[in-house]
Design a protein around this ligand. Sequence first.
Ligand SMILES: [Zn+2]
Ligand SMILES: [Zn+2]
Length: 386
Amino acid sequence: MLILSILFLNRTLRLIIILLKLTMANTSKIDNNLFKVPLSTGFRRFFYFVKPEESSFDSPENVPSYINEALPFFFVLIITENIINWYKDKKMMRLNDAMSSISAGIISQLPLLFGRSIEVVVFCYVHKHYKIAELNWNSPITWWIGFLGVDLGYYCLHRAGHEINLFWAAHQVHHSSQDYNLSTALRQSIFQRYCSWMFYAPLALFLPPQVYMVHVQFNLLYQYWIHTELIDTLGPLEWIMNTPSHHRVHHGRNPYCIDKNYAGTLIIWDRLFGTFQAEEREVSYGLVHPLQTWNPFNVQLCHFKWIWLRFNQEKTILDKLSTIFKGPGWHKGTPRLGKHEELPEVEYPVKLYDNHLPYWYNIYVFAHFLILIVAYTELVQFKTVN
Ligand SMILES: [Zn+2]
Ligand SMILES: [Zn+2]
């Protein structure tokens, strides 16, 4: 045990030295680039506090990657949330869970290093070949239509992500954490974009692609800060906006939370379409059948595997197709979304999937993880457009 500890101490120190060298070698670059925008600008973007005139562009090429510019802010807010939790003696982020979430976030963004998002490609194609009107990119009215259109598109794709098993296979990644904190927001699927483009494509019939590209990013940024237990309720804003309270319900696995609150920015869509649920009692987070792994590949692929098994088990072509296109809770003899009464009640106290490593193992893994973060941050410097 002692030899192992010394070995890991040695490896860890070497990794930290490599990390420091990497950071110091690029100190000037990182110092200049870490916060690409003023702090006030960076933070208000999370709340959609942006004016149309500062976020309207004449071409898709000129739209900044707001997500990449927000990267350091993600980590500043995660650290801040944990300091407050520690100060208030509340539940802190678990390192294994947070690393699993952030890894999923990095994996989900990797295809963007090699090319444009399929959502943007399809949007530009539809707009170029099939548009029926051309709204003025420079008009505040277009900006507001973009805001509402993208948010409604998000509601539809999010609802489909829960009600169509194939899309759920992608979206379940976001729900697979049993914790609920800012790191959970980063837990995203690499496959989600391959489902979501079709829900935004109708907007391309009239909305300039650059307006879409701005709002789809702000819509995502807005959803970051609502992944927290630190904020209880926000008074009258709860009527109109998606809030931490509403989104906690969305992440709940208690039967009363299932298939509720699909909103991105505005909760009005859920109120309009009958999927709204207020937070009533303690929420237990995660999947109805909690995931028992930290393996990032399993996190991304497990439900596709499960669908494949179910597909092969079903006898008729109709049932095979139902396995793919009906809800994740469907089985033969139930309605499209399954039976609500079949949802298992949560047993308290909740048993979290967890494992404990020796102290030095944790440092070793964390050092690797820091290198990964630095490497990823360096890589995205080359990428300016989503
Ligand atoms: Zn969801
Ligand atoms: Zn969420």
